[in-house]
Design a protein around this ligand. Structure first.
Ligand SMILES: Cc1cc2nc3c(=O)[nH]c(=O)nc-3n(C[C@H](O)[C@H](O)[C@H](O)COP(=O)(O)OP(=O)(O)OC[C@H]3O[C@@H](n4cnc5c(N)ncnc54)[C@H](O)[C@@H]3O)c2cc1C
Length: 453
């Protein structure tokens, strides 16, 4: 180990070995994923530093765990035993913005929100907006193929990544993708790295697509007496051809937790609140959405009177996870089902909560059929932990049985590693292993994440 630390030091990488600092950097936001013991933390400040770290790691067979802001919810950025933690957050510069060709070139540690703030000067924005947009990095967003609130209309992160600079496990630096509006030369390696969770290479630069900021946006909130009615409203809205720019569901458990966190007059008696927004011909579109909510059984529908009120509602949705953390340790599930089966899935989650005697709150990127059943457990109580885990598994099984997926946007990480084989067929799984072996033959990049070995 001392040889490794000396090699990192001699390369000018200033490895940190203080056990308290290492321990503090060993977690992401996934509850109940125990970290291993890292041996060093390298704070990367350049592509050359990343390359040098990986060359040294390859020579010594040392695992490397790339880390952005560690807001991940699947244990993908969690330390493994003997690893170098490679912190990309110091690489936080926006290198250029091209308003004509509509892209931004960023280092990996740039925060998602910083791109939109910088692009605003040109009337542009970076569209994918995970709930963590103010605290998560573009490198982490790409490595997890992050989704978000406006993805129901604008799509997820991979649709916005034009090009990448990636350092491979060997330390070689590769560029892939393009800066043009079109381009199909060779295999699409950009897509391969999207959602690869730091297991195939380390992203050191990203060229991401910018889009015009919509001229206006209006929103509404519909109150429902059952979550299944809210689910049916979502199905009706999506079937109608409407294109809401946001369609989010907050259930009763979250409404109460949010109101306790910061009182703002949320309807704490409602079973669910559906938030919808429209940014194209919004008056007409929201009128149609309001009617569909009422037909599905909405008890009340409120239009946000101004942008401030709309933003406050959206902000409450973004705080949902923190509000739940006050109830206990949150085991965050992240399943996606066909939208047409959303109401059924919401009922299924409720049934799992009752069967296992646990509190489960659901927030959902409802228009995407993407549910986050947040399961509250008290880890000091083995019965609570076992019940929470059983409910977690039952929800994954339910999603697969509905033709859905075990993860809509948070990724596999360590949390769902053992579930991958239940979703992918054996040939697919074998191809995934072969891709991993081709790019990382020594298996040093984020081992034990995504794939089970
Ligand atoms: C309050 C809250 C709300 C959230 N809302 C959403 C949401 O709406 N949608 C959503 O999709 N997620 C959401 N998340 C989850 C999380 O924010 C995302 O997964 C985010 O993309 C992680 O970014 P990060 O910078 O924190 O990455 P990290 O957590 O540090 O890392 C995530 C993964 O990416 C890898 N990685 C990081 N940087 C690099 C790099 N430069 N090169 C290669 N691999 C790298 C890591 O190894 C790890 O596998 C939320 C999390 C929180 C805490």
């Amino acid at each position: 180990m001392s040889d490794l630390i000396s090699a990192l030091g001699e390369a000018g990488l200033d490895p940190v070995t203080d056990p308290d600092i290492l321990a503090a950097h060993s977690w992401d936001h996934a509850g109940l994923v125990p970290p291993g013991r890292a041996v060093a933390l390298v704070r990367a400040r350049s592509t050359e530093a990343v390359s040098a770290t990986l060359r040294i790691a390859s020579a010594s067979g040392t695992p490397v765990v790339p880390q952005g802001a560690r807001t991940g919810l699947a244990g993908a950025a969690t330390a493994v035993d003997g690893a170098i933690l490679l912190d990309l957050s110091p690489m936080d510069r926006i290198l250029s913005i091209d308003p004509v060709n509509r892209f931004a070139v960023c280092q990996p540690g740039v925060l998602n929100a910083a791109i939109t703030h910088a692009a605003a000067e040109y009337g542009l924005r970076y569209s994918p907006d995970p709930g963590s947009w103010q605290i998560s990095t573009i490198g982490g967003n790409i490595a997890t193929a992050a989704g978000g609130m406006c993805c129901v209309k604008y799509g997820t992160t991979p649709e916005y990544v034009l090009g990448l600079e990636v350092v491979l496990a060997s330390g070689e630096v590769m560029r892939c993708g393009r800066r043009t509006a079109k381009g199909v030369a060779g295999y699409d390696l950009v897509r391969l790295f999207c959602g690869s969770e730091g297991t195939l290479g380390v992203i050191t630069e990203a060229t991401v697509k910018l889009s015009p900021v919509p001229a206006e946006r209006l929103s509404l909130a519909a109150v429902f007496d059952t979550t299944a009615d809210a689910g049916r409203a979502v199905t009706a809205i999506m079937a109608s051809g409407a294109q809401p720019s946001l369609l989010e569901l907050i259930d009763n458990v979250h409404l109460r937790a949010l109101e306790a966190l910061r009182p703002m007059g949320l309807p704490t008696e409602a079973a669910a609140l559906l938030l919808a927004a429209s940014d194209a011909n919004p008056v007409a579109e929201l009128t149609a959405i309001e009617r569909l909510c009422e037909e599905a059984g909405a008890a009340e529908v409120f239009r946000a009177t101004d942008a401030e009120e709309a933003d406050a509602l959206l902000e409450s949705r973004r705080n949902a996870y923190h509000a739940m953390e006050r109830l206990g340790t949150v085991l965050v599930d992240d399943v996606a089902v066909p939208r047409s089966r959303l109401a059924e899935a919401l009922d299924g989650v409720q049934a799992a909560a009752e069967r296992h005697g646990v509190v489960i709150g659901v927030i959902a990127h409802a228009g995407d059929g993407n549910l986050h059943p947040n399961i509250v457990v008290h880890p000091e109580d083995p019965a609570s932990l076992a019940a929470g885990r059983a409910a977690f598994d039952e929800i994954l099984d339910m999603a697969l049985a509905m033709g859905g997926t075990i993860t809509g946007e948070h990724g596999v990480g360590m949390l769902k590693r053992d579930w991958l084989a239940k979703e992918l067929d054996p040939v697919n799984l074998s191809v995934q292993r072969r891709v991993k072996d081709a790019l990382d033959p020594l298996g040093i990049l984020n081992p034990g994440k995504v794939l089970a070995r």
